[in-house]
Design a protein around this ligand. Structure first.
Ligand code: URA
Length: 478
């Protein structure tokens, strides 16, 4: 028996050179032991990449690409399997296209498992802020099903090129400092940093969007396999949520919609007396409130619990415009009180802008949704619905006369400026609005909550807070 020792568990180049030399020397597969261990018994001098450097045997490119993947599989026989295939290829060059061949089928399955593991790693790595680090640094703990850490590192470097991060895995750690990728030895789970506030926010959101009526454990496990749960901030909620799901579903069905208050009903009656819908221009915010509750300018009122007008002081120097009320806003009759509202409140507080001194409203005043089981799923309003509702938004802006209007997302920008706008291209700088006041376009809080990756979410959230701070300054509130 001959021992072939490779430099590491993923030493593809070493395997290739050694295999080439052994193949050229006519060494049959069953006379070899492939290893990366140092202390295995050795009868002959081990073959290494260095001693194999002079051999000439070459293999088809298709096989080498497959082998590159297979080497990352955790199966202990992978190097031997690949050499066996290489050995057989000389006699049967069409072996790699033979679907019935067992060695080839196994190699393909192994490569497929590796590519699945890489895909899961890209989807489920969650970065956390490292507390107390000198520079702002993120780190993630992850346990890939196969040894794909180094292979996926360039993906993370491209995706998070402008921040410092480290991914710790039991196999290897990879780090990016904004310029270079470095690889070091595998880590202990204890080296993973603790949870941070961003994750708390994410968990709150996950709990609120978790749909008990649509609970499908099989699908959930497929999409987010259990072995990855412990790496995800939201996963700690899953067992409790599943347990409570039945009760929550029943409670959701039993919750009656909240009727409009007496004050709004009275104002609505007054308004209905004084003006036909859409014809009478509201002269104060109470009239807007009343008009919204009776509005029939488009069909969205039919499925909504109530119209949700804006709220805040009539002389607010700063106005925020969202898209439309969500599920919780529709029930409560107030804007931004659900999960997106929680994030909005947190960002406002961080930017030093008091919510009590700003006016908060939406481009569309009724909740547009479609039923999915027992749940009401948000639907984006059409351009026609946004146009119909501009009547109320314009009235609010005319009455409040804010110095600055912040448009939270593309629908809000469409409502305020009357034209489609790309948020990423327009955010971060003031725009002159038709009434000579200033407008700022920024992210919608629900967009931030939907970003699946913690680091991307954290960086978008920081930009969002910066935008709110700028709005606070421009309006004179901060
Ligand atoms: N999303 C919005 O755009 N507005 C709300 O009021 C709530 C969620």
């Amino acid at each position: 028996m001959r021992v072939v020792r490779l430099a590491s568990e993923i030493d593809f180049e070493g395997w290739r050179k050694a295999a080439r030399a052994l193949r050229a020397a006519g060494a049959p597969p069953d006379t070899l032991i492939w290893t990366v261990e140092r202390d295995l018994f050795e009868q002959d001098a081990p073959i290494t990449a260095a001693t194999a450097a002079t051999a000439t045997f070459t293999a088809p490119a298709g096989f080498l690409n497959l082998a590159r993947q297979v080497v990352l599989n955790r199966s202990s026989d992978r190097f031997a399997l690949l050499y066996r295939i290489l050995w057989r290829l000389e006699r049967d060059p069409r072996l790699i296209d033979n679907p019935a061949d067992q060695d080839m089928a196994r190699a393909r399955d192994m490569a497929k498992a590796v590519s699945r593991a890489a895909h899961k790693m890209k989807a489920f790595v969650r970065f956390r802020l490292v507390e107390g680090a000198e520079r702002e640094t993120y780190a993630a703990w992850f346990e890939p099903a196969h040894r794909v850490t180094e292979a996926t590192a360039p993906f993370f470097a491209r995706r998070f090129s402008n921040m410092d991060w480290t991914i710790l895995t039991p196999d290897a750690c990879v780090a990016w400092d904004g310029e270079r990728l470095t690889v070091s030895e595998g880590a202990d789970p204890a080296d993973a940093p603790s949870e941070d506030a961003q994750e708390e926010l994410w968990r709150t959101y996950y709990a609120s969007i978790f749909n008990p009526a649509r609970l499908n454990l099989r699908q959930m496990r497929q999409e987010m396999p259990k072995r990855y749960w412990r790496n995800l901030p939201e996963a700690s909620l899953i067992p409790g949520l599943i347990e409570a799901a039945q009760n929550r579903a029943a409670a959701m069905v039993a919750t009656p919609p909240r009727p409009p208050s007496d004050r709004v009903l009275k104002a609505a009656q007054r308004h209905a007396r004084d003006a036909s819908f859409g014809a009478g221009v509201p002269s104060n915010l109470e009239a807007v409130q009343a008009g919204v509750s009776l509005c029939r300018r488009c069909d969205l009122w039919r499925d909504a619990t109530q119209g949700v007008p804006g709220e805040g002081p009539q002389n607010a120097p700063l106005m925020f415009v969202g898209e439309q009320p969500g599920d919780q806003e529709d029930l409560a009759g107030r804007p931004f009180v659900g999960p997106a509202g929680e994030l909005f409140d947190a960002a406002l507080a961080e930017a030093g802008v008091p919510r009590g001194r700003v006016y908060v409203t939406n481009a569309v005043k009724h909740f547009k949704h479609e039923p999915r089981g027992k749940r009401r799923l948000h639907k984006t309003p059409t351009q026609a619905e946004v146009s119909a509702c501009r009547w109320w938004l314009d009235a609010e802006r005319r009455l409040v006369r804010p110095r600055v209007t912040v448009m939270l997302g593309a629908t809000a920008a469409l409502g305020v400026m009357g034209r489609p706008t790309r948020v990423l291209e327009s955010r971060g700088r003031p725009h002159a609005l038709s009434d000579q006041s200033q407008g700022l376009v920024t992210f919608h809080p629900a967009y931030l909550l939907r970003l699946p990756d913690a680091a991307e979410r954290a960086s978008a959230y920081r930009a969002f807070v910066e935008d709110l701070r700028l709005a606070g300054r421009l309006s004179g509130l901060v």
